[in-house]
Design a protein around this ligand. Structure first.
Ligand SMILES: [Zn+2]
Ligand SMILES: [Zn+2]
Length: 353
Protein backbone atom coordinates (compact mmCIF):
# COMPACT_ATOMS: atom_id res chain seq x y z
CA UNK A 1 0.00 0.00 0.00
CA UNK A 2 1.13 3.54 -0.48
CA UNK A 3 0.34 6.74 1.34
CA UNK A 4 -0.25 10.20 0.00
CA UNK A 5 3.09 11.53 1.18
CA UNK A 6 5.37 12.47 -1.66
CA UNK A 7 8.34 10.59 -0.25
CA UNK A 8 6.52 7.30 -0.39
CA UNK A 9 5.72 5.45 -3.50
CA UNK A 10 2.53 4.81 -5.38
CA UNK A 11 2.16 1.49 -7.10
CA UNK A 12 0.87 1.43 -10.64
CA UNK A 13 1.07 -0.73 -13.71
CA UNK A 14 2.91 0.85 -16.60
CA UNK A 15 3.87 0.26 -20.21
CA UNK A 16 7.64 0.77 -20.56
CA UNK A 17 7.73 0.91 -24.36
CA UNK A 18 5.43 0.72 -27.34
CA UNK A 19 4.95 -3.03 -26.99
CA UNK A 20 2.35 -1.82 -24.49
CA UNK A 21 3.14 -4.69 -22.12
CA UNK A 22 2.07 -3.68 -18.62
CA UNK A 23 3.96 -4.48 -15.42
CA UNK A 24 4.18 -3.14 -11.85
CA UNK A 25 5.85 0.26 -11.53
CA UNK A 26 6.47 2.40 -8.45
CA UNK A 27 6.44 6.18 -8.64
CA UNK A 28 5.71 9.27 -6.54
CA UNK A 29 2.53 11.28 -6.49
CA UNK A 30 2.64 14.89 -5.32
CA UNK A 31 1.84 15.69 -1.67
CA UNK A 32 -1.78 16.70 -1.04
CA UNK A 33 -2.03 20.45 -1.67
CA UNK A 34 -4.58 22.68 0.03
CA UNK A 35 -7.09 22.33 -2.82
CA UNK A 36 -6.33 18.66 -3.50
CA UNK A 37 -8.17 15.46 -2.87
CA UNK A 38 -6.27 12.18 -2.48
CA UNK A 39 -8.25 9.19 -3.72
CA UNK A 40 -7.77 5.49 -3.06
CA UNK A 41 -8.59 4.01 -6.47
CA UNK A 42 -10.93 1.03 -6.37
CA UNK A 43 -11.76 0.73 -10.09
CA UNK A 44 -10.53 1.99 -13.43
CA UNK A 45 -12.29 1.59 -16.77
CA UNK A 46 -10.35 0.44 -19.82
CA UNK A 47 -10.63 2.91 -22.68
CA UNK A 48 -9.26 2.92 -26.22
CA UNK A 49 -7.14 5.88 -25.10
CA UNK A 50 -5.20 3.40 -22.97
CA UNK A 51 -4.29 1.51 -26.15
CA UNK A 52 -3.30 4.72 -27.94
CA UNK A 53 -0.73 5.86 -25.36
CA UNK A 54 0.57 2.55 -24.04
CA UNK A 55 1.40 1.60 -27.63
CA UNK A 56 2.54 5.06 -28.77
CA UNK A 57 -0.01 5.21 -31.57
CA UNK A 58 0.25 9.01 -31.77
CA UNK A 59 4.04 9.09 -31.42
CA UNK A 60 3.85 11.25 -28.27
CA UNK A 61 3.96 8.70 -25.45
CA UNK A 62 6.24 9.52 -22.53
CA UNK A 63 7.22 6.14 -21.10
CA UNK A 64 6.69 4.67 -18.62
CA UNK A 65 2.99 5.26 -19.26
CA UNK A 66 0.54 4.47 -16.44
CA UNK A 67 -2.78 4.54 -18.35
CA UNK A 68 -6.36 4.88 -17.12
CA UNK A 69 -8.76 7.84 -17.16
CA UNK A 70 -12.01 6.33 -15.95
CA UNK A 71 -11.18 6.39 -12.27
CA UNK A 72 -13.48 5.61 -9.36
CA UNK A 73 -12.52 5.42 -5.72
CA UNK A 74 -12.80 6.71 -2.19
CA UNK A 75 -11.43 9.95 -0.74
CA UNK A 76 -8.71 9.18 1.80
CA UNK A 77 -7.32 12.66 2.48
CA UNK A 78 -8.27 16.26 1.67
CA UNK A 79 -6.41 19.57 1.61
CA UNK A 80 -7.26 22.37 4.05
CA UNK A 81 -9.24 24.40 1.47
CA UNK A 82 -11.30 21.54 0.11
CA UNK A 83 -15.01 22.19 0.63
CA UNK A 84 -16.70 19.83 -1.81
CA UNK A 85 -15.44 16.51 -0.46
CA UNK A 86 -14.75 14.72 2.77
CA UNK A 87 -12.81 11.60 3.67
CA UNK A 88 -14.82 8.51 2.76
CA UNK A 89 -16.74 10.10 -0.13
CA UNK A 90 -17.09 8.05 -3.29
CA UNK A 91 -15.58 9.99 -6.17
CA UNK A 92 -14.51 9.81 -9.78
CA UNK A 93 -11.80 11.36 -11.95
CA UNK A 94 -12.06 11.54 -15.73
CA UNK A 95 -9.82 12.31 -18.67
CA UNK A 96 -8.29 15.56 -17.41
CA UNK A 97 -6.87 16.74 -14.08
CA UNK A 98 -6.02 20.37 -14.68
CA UNK A 99 -6.75 23.42 -16.84
CA UNK A 100 -6.04 27.17 -16.64
CA UNK A 101 -9.24 27.81 -14.57
CA UNK A 102 -9.33 31.35 -15.99
CA UNK A 103 -10.35 31.33 -19.66
CA UNK A 104 -13.89 31.69 -21.01
CA UNK A 105 -14.31 27.93 -21.34
CA UNK A 106 -13.01 27.20 -17.84
CA UNK A 107 -15.26 29.96 -16.52
CA UNK A 108 -18.20 28.23 -18.21
CA UNK A 109 -17.24 24.87 -16.66
CA UNK A 110 -16.27 23.64 -20.13
CA UNK A 111 -12.70 23.03 -18.99
CA UNK A 112 -12.18 20.32 -21.58
CA UNK A 113 -12.04 23.11 -24.19
CA UNK A 114 -9.66 25.26 -22.09
CA UNK A 115 -7.87 27.80 -24.30
CA UNK A 116 -4.51 26.95 -22.73
CA UNK A 117 -5.16 23.24 -23.11
CA UNK A 118 -6.16 20.70 -20.51
CA UNK A 119 -3.77 18.45 -18.62
CA UNK A 120 -4.67 14.87 -19.44
CA UNK A 121 -4.99 12.41 -16.61
CA UNK A 122 -2.10 10.37 -17.97
CA UNK A 123 0.75 11.06 -20.37
CA UNK A 124 0.11 14.77 -19.86
CA UNK A 125 2.48 17.41 -18.49
CA UNK A 126 1.07 18.98 -15.35
CA UNK A 127 1.65 22.61 -14.38
CA UNK A 128 4.45 21.49 -12.01
CA UNK A 129 6.24 19.84 -14.93
CA UNK A 130 5.57 16.27 -13.89
CA UNK A 131 4.18 13.73 -16.32
CA UNK A 132 0.73 12.65 -15.22
CA UNK A 133 0.05 9.03 -14.34
CA UNK A 134 -3.40 7.49 -14.63
CA UNK A 135 -5.75 5.17 -12.85
CA UNK A 136 -3.97 1.83 -13.26
CA UNK A 137 -2.51 2.68 -9.84
CA UNK A 138 -3.52 2.54 -6.20
CA UNK A 139 -4.12 6.24 -5.57
CA UNK A 140 -4.24 9.63 -7.23
CA UNK A 141 -4.06 13.25 -6.08
CA UNK A 142 -6.16 15.82 -7.95
CA UNK A 143 -7.42 19.37 -7.48
CA UNK A 144 -10.99 19.08 -6.21
CA UNK A 145 -12.31 20.89 -9.28
CA UNK A 146 -11.57 17.83 -11.41
CA UNK A 147 -13.11 15.36 -9.01
CA UNK A 148 -16.76 14.23 -9.10
CA UNK A 149 -19.06 12.98 -6.41
CA UNK A 150 -20.50 9.50 -6.94
CA UNK A 151 -23.62 8.81 -4.88
CA UNK A 152 -23.05 6.05 -2.30
CA UNK A 153 -25.83 3.96 -3.83
CA UNK A 154 -24.10 3.84 -7.22
CA UNK A 155 -21.58 0.99 -7.61
CA UNK A 156 -18.04 2.29 -8.07
CA UNK A 157 -17.28 -0.34 -10.74
CA UNK A 158 -20.23 0.88 -12.83
CA UNK A 159 -19.30 4.51 -12.28
CA UNK A 160 -15.83 4.15 -13.82
CA UNK A 161 -16.91 4.03 -17.51
CA UNK A 162 -19.13 7.08 -17.03
CA UNK A 163 -16.03 9.25 -16.63
CA UNK A 164 -15.01 8.94 -20.29
CA UNK A 165 -17.42 6.78 -22.31
CA UNK A 166 -20.49 8.13 -20.51
CA UNK A 167 -19.73 11.83 -20.60
CA UNK A 168 -18.51 11.62 -24.19
CA UNK A 169 -22.03 10.83 -25.36
CA UNK A 170 -24.01 12.65 -22.65
CA UNK A 171 -22.39 16.02 -23.30
CA UNK A 172 -23.33 16.32 -27.01
CA UNK A 173 -26.74 14.79 -26.30
CA UNK A 174 -27.46 17.72 -24.00
CA UNK A 175 -25.79 20.29 -26.27
CA UNK A 176 -27.93 19.27 -29.25
CA UNK A 177 -31.07 18.87 -27.12
CA UNK A 178 -31.52 15.18 -27.64
CA UNK A 179 -33.44 15.00 -24.40
CA UNK A 180 -36.77 15.65 -26.10
CA UNK A 181 -39.16 12.72 -25.72
CA UNK A 182 -40.48 11.39 -29.00
CA UNK A 183 -37.45 12.33 -31.12
CA UNK A 184 -35.47 9.63 -32.85
CA UNK A 185 -31.82 8.73 -32.33
CA UNK A 186 -29.48 6.46 -34.24
CA UNK A 187 -26.44 5.02 -32.47
CA UNK A 188 -23.55 3.72 -34.55
CA UNK A 189 -20.81 1.57 -33.08
CA UNK A 190 -20.03 -0.37 -29.96
CA UNK A 191 -18.62 2.60 -28.06
CA UNK A 192 -22.01 4.28 -28.17
CA UNK A 193 -23.93 1.69 -26.20
CA UNK A 194 -24.34 3.89 -23.16
CA UNK A 195 -25.93 6.44 -25.54
CA UNK A 196 -28.71 3.90 -26.06
CA UNK A 197 -29.40 3.95 -22.33
CA UNK A 198 -29.38 7.75 -22.18
CA UNK A 199 -31.62 7.87 -25.26
CA UNK A 200 -34.18 5.55 -23.68
CA UNK A 201 -34.08 7.53 -20.43
CA UNK A 202 -34.74 10.71 -22.45
CA UNK A 203 -37.78 9.08 -24.10
CA UNK A 204 -36.24 8.78 -27.56
CA UNK A 205 -36.89 6.13 -30.15
CA UNK A 206 -33.45 4.50 -30.53
CA UNK A 207 -32.08 2.57 -33.49
CA UNK A 208 -28.75 0.76 -33.12
CA UNK A 209 -26.58 0.28 -36.21
CA UNK A 210 -24.01 -2.46 -36.21
CA UNK A 211 -21.89 -4.39 -38.66
CA UNK A 212 -22.53 -7.57 -36.72
CA UNK A 213 -25.74 -9.53 -36.19
CA UNK A 214 -24.24 -10.83 -32.94
CA UNK A 215 -25.13 -7.50 -31.26
CA UNK A 216 -28.83 -7.77 -32.04
CA UNK A 217 -29.91 -9.60 -28.90
CA UNK A 218 -27.96 -7.27 -26.64
CA UNK A 219 -29.20 -4.11 -28.37
CA UNK A 220 -32.87 -5.06 -28.27
CA UNK A 221 -33.16 -7.01 -25.04
CA UNK A 222 -30.43 -5.74 -22.77
CA UNK A 223 -30.29 -2.10 -23.88
CA UNK A 224 -33.96 -1.87 -24.89
CA UNK A 225 -33.24 -0.29 -28.25
CA UNK A 226 -36.35 0.05 -30.43
CA UNK A 227 -34.69 -1.14 -33.63
CA UNK A 228 -31.54 -2.93 -34.67
CA UNK A 229 -30.14 -2.52 -38.18
CA UNK A 230 -27.21 -4.19 -39.89
CA UNK A 231 -25.54 -1.24 -41.58
CA UNK A 232 -24.60 -3.26 -44.67
CA UNK A 233 -28.24 -4.21 -45.28
CA UNK A 234 -29.22 -1.72 -47.97
CA UNK A 235 -32.90 -2.56 -47.78
CA UNK A 236 -33.09 -1.92 -44.04
CA UNK A 237 -31.06 1.27 -44.43
CA UNK A 238 -33.28 2.51 -47.29
CA UNK A 239 -36.37 2.06 -45.13
CA UNK A 240 -34.95 4.55 -42.63
CA UNK A 241 -34.03 7.41 -45.00
CA UNK A 242 -35.12 10.75 -43.54
CA UNK A 243 -36.38 9.31 -40.26
CA UNK A 244 -33.77 10.24 -37.64
CA UNK A 245 -33.39 13.52 -35.75
CA UNK A 246 -29.94 12.66 -34.42
CA UNK A 247 -27.13 10.19 -34.87
CA UNK A 248 -24.33 9.48 -32.40
CA UNK A 249 -21.50 7.91 -34.38
CA UNK A 250 -19.13 6.13 -32.03
CA UNK A 251 -17.52 3.86 -34.60
CA UNK A 252 -13.76 4.21 -34.77
CA UNK A 253 -13.35 1.87 -37.72
CA UNK A 254 -13.43 3.53 -41.14
CA UNK A 255 -16.91 3.63 -42.60
CA UNK A 256 -18.86 5.68 -45.17
CA UNK A 257 -20.80 8.69 -43.83
CA UNK A 258 -23.17 9.46 -46.70
CA UNK A 259 -25.48 6.51 -45.98
CA UNK A 260 -25.94 7.73 -42.38
CA UNK A 261 -26.41 11.37 -43.43
CA UNK A 262 -29.26 10.25 -45.68
CA UNK A 263 -31.05 8.80 -42.65
CA UNK A 264 -31.25 12.21 -40.97
CA UNK A 265 -34.32 14.41 -41.24
CA UNK A 266 -34.00 18.03 -42.40
CA UNK A 267 -31.72 19.93 -39.96
CA UNK A 268 -30.61 16.63 -38.44
CA UNK A 269 -27.31 16.36 -36.59
CA UNK A 270 -24.67 13.64 -36.66
CA UNK A 271 -22.25 13.83 -33.73
CA UNK A 272 -18.94 12.10 -34.20
CA UNK A 273 -17.46 10.70 -31.00
CA UNK A 274 -15.46 7.83 -32.52
CA UNK A 275 -12.07 8.31 -34.18
CA UNK A 276 -11.98 6.98 -37.75
CA UNK A 277 -8.96 7.95 -39.85
CA UNK A 278 -11.05 10.11 -42.18
CA UNK A 279 -14.46 11.76 -42.44
CA UNK A 280 -15.58 12.09 -46.03
CA UNK A 281 -18.99 13.26 -47.19
CA UNK A 282 -20.61 14.33 -50.40
CA UNK A 283 -21.45 18.06 -50.04
CA UNK A 284 -25.04 17.21 -50.98
CA UNK A 285 -25.26 15.22 -47.74
CA UNK A 286 -24.92 18.52 -45.86
CA UNK A 287 -26.49 21.03 -48.24
CA UNK A 288 -29.73 19.25 -49.04
CA UNK A 289 -31.60 19.31 -45.77
CA UNK A 290 -29.16 21.70 -43.99
CA UNK A 291 -27.62 18.88 -42.04
CA UNK A 292 -24.77 19.08 -39.56
CA UNK A 293 -21.80 16.88 -38.82
CA UNK A 294 -20.10 17.85 -35.60
CA UNK A 295 -17.74 16.36 -33.06
CA UNK A 296 -17.44 16.23 -29.33
CA UNK A 297 -14.82 15.19 -26.82
CA UNK A 298 -15.79 14.22 -23.27
CA UNK A 299 -17.35 17.18 -21.41
CA UNK A 300 -16.85 19.89 -18.79
CA UNK A 301 -16.93 19.41 -15.03
CA UNK A 302 -20.50 20.66 -14.61
CA UNK A 303 -21.84 18.31 -17.31
CA UNK A 304 -19.89 15.41 -15.87
CA UNK A 305 -21.35 15.81 -12.38
CA UNK A 306 -24.82 16.28 -13.87
CA UNK A 307 -24.42 13.09 -15.94
CA UNK A 308 -23.36 11.04 -12.89
CA UNK A 309 -26.36 12.36 -10.94
CA UNK A 310 -28.64 11.58 -13.89
CA UNK A 311 -27.34 8.00 -14.05
CA UNK A 312 -27.90 7.53 -10.33
CA UNK A 313 -31.40 9.03 -10.44
CA UNK A 314 -32.45 6.92 -13.45
CA UNK A 315 -30.54 3.80 -12.43
CA UNK A 316 -28.50 3.81 -15.63
CA UNK A 317 -25.56 1.42 -15.37
CA UNK A 318 -23.09 0.79 -18.21
CA UNK A 319 -22.65 -2.88 -19.11
CA UNK A 320 -19.30 -3.87 -17.66
CA UNK A 321 -16.96 -6.82 -17.31
CA UNK A 322 -14.77 -6.59 -14.21
CA UNK A 323 -11.21 -7.86 -14.70
CA UNK A 324 -8.03 -8.05 -12.61
CA UNK A 325 -5.11 -5.76 -13.50
CA UNK A 326 -3.17 -8.83 -14.60
CA UNK A 327 -5.63 -9.16 -17.49
CA UNK A 328 -5.43 -5.51 -18.58
CA UNK A 329 -2.88 -6.00 -21.36
CA UNK A 330 -4.99 -8.74 -22.90
CA UNK A 331 -8.10 -6.56 -22.52
CA UNK A 332 -6.35 -3.79 -24.46
CA UNK A 333 -5.35 -6.31 -27.10
CA UNK A 334 -8.96 -7.42 -27.41
CA UNK A 335 -10.04 -3.79 -27.83
CA UNK A 336 -7.72 -3.50 -30.83
CA UNK A 337 -9.36 -6.58 -32.31
CA UNK A 338 -12.86 -5.26 -31.47
CA UNK A 339 -13.31 -8.47 -29.49
CA UNK A 340 -15.10 -6.75 -26.63
CA UNK A 341 -18.55 -7.41 -25.31
CA UNK A 342 -18.86 -4.93 -22.46
CA UNK A 343 -16.68 -2.17 -21.09
CA UNK A 344 -13.75 -3.65 -19.18
CA UNK A 345 -13.32 -2.28 -15.68
CA UNK A 346 -10.22 -3.15 -13.66
CA UNK A 347 -10.76 -4.16 -10.05
CA UNK A 348 -7.81 -2.12 -8.81
CA UNK A 349 -8.63 -2.54 -5.14
CA UNK A 350 -8.44 -6.32 -5.15
CA UNK A 351 -5.91 -7.13 -7.85
CA UNK A 352 -3.26 -4.41 -8.00
CA UNK A 353 -0.04 -5.59 -6.47
ZN1 LIG B 1 -11.36 7.40 -22.64
ZN1 LIG C 1 -8.96 27.49 -19.31
Amino acid sequence: MCSSHANENCLGWAARDESGVLSPYKFSRRAVGEDDVSIKITHCGVCYGDVVWTRNKHGDSMFPVVPGHEIAGIVKEIGSNVRGFKVGDHVGVGTYVNSCRDCRFCNDALEVYCEKGIVYTFNGIDTDGTITKGGYSDYIVVHERYCYKIPDTYPLASAAPLLCAGITVYSPMMRYKMNQPGKSLGVVGLGGLVAVKFGKAFGLSVTVFSTSISKREEALNLLNADKFVISSDQQEMAALVGTLDFIIDAASGDHPFDPYMSLLKTAGVLVLVGFPTEVKVNPASLLLGMKTITGSGVGGTKDTQEMINFCAAHKIYPQIEVIPIQYAYEALDRMIKSDVKYRFVIDIENSLK
